[in-house]
Design a protein around this ligand. Sequence first.
Ligand SMILES: [Zn+2]
Length: 381
Amino acid sequence: MYFTDIPGQAELKSYLTSLVAKNRLPHAMLLTGGEGYGKLALALALSTYLQCPNKTDKDACKACPSCNKANQLIHPDIYYAYPVIKKDKLKREDTTSQHFLPEWRTFVTEQPYGNMKDWLRQLDAPDKNANINVAECNQIYKNLGLKTYEGAYKIQLIWYAELLGKEGNRLLKIIEEPRPDTVIILIAHDRSALLNTLISRCQIIPVPPVDDQAMQQLIESKYELSSEDTQELTFLAAGNIRKALSLGVQNELTYSEDLIKWLRVSYSGDPEAIVALVDELAPKGRQELVNFLDYGLHFFREYLLLLNTGTANNLRLTQTEKEVAQKMQKIINFDKTAQIQVVFEQALGYIKRNLALKVLIMNMTLEISHILKSEVDNFVS
Ligand SMILES: [Zn+2]
């Protein structure tokens, strides 16, 4: 992974490379930020950059043996620790990241923006809980105690560092008194789950969402969507590359059409139309319904902004969506929007509990129908 492979994050990339140029890179850092913002990819690119003897001020050279090894995740001076599960006949307490290196290499190569769910799927264990254990911490000590083989640094990445739990205490000493050529990069989604003692010894590097322009370029380079759908997906992804990649595989996005249809049918209250809609939406499956509900929540957040400000100019909606939103103002006020949001949020919760989709969609439709047809109180416009 190289910096130029990663969409957006221009400011952060130049900050990191400038730290290296000034020889002021901290021994321990914590990359933290939301899902799909590129934390792991940036940590990998930084490791490659650090080890490359021919680096420029922007990126590694991409051609030397060091770059090649780093890129294939086989550089002897770059170590990876990540949550794992029990493996075959090994005891769980003896299992460490080393036992899953082939799976890790495939995962990082194919899904560098993947999350824990994707990783567990890679391990063929979607229902297991992975963690980072004592043996792993001991291994990290061992790794960083060794002399460098061929690189300029000993680099240790720890992905999902929040899963260290109290074992994080075991790393304090090595973070506090590192060898001069050691760099430890913790990567965490949920900073609040990390021990304070650990956080306070790291330089915290917040990773922001990927900007819209970079996201749009990424989507255009990967998928052949209409320009309206590209824009819709850019807004919907909201800086999350994983989300953009998982939604972009469809040939066209029909979320906004589906939402409008849903609201129209709910408003009509026509039983036949409701049954037909349920029959149409249910076969799309659980994940698609999650994506759709996510879209609905995104739309209504923007819609509330419209109600608040009275202008559609700065909304993260496409032109068509803006027009729909403007027309909706006559029918759906603040109060009703808030109620519909609750229905969507609850449905997201129910989906995880394996409720039959038809029942769920039918329930939602009836609830939304009830909300839309209720008397318009407290109308603010
Ligand atoms: Zn190089």
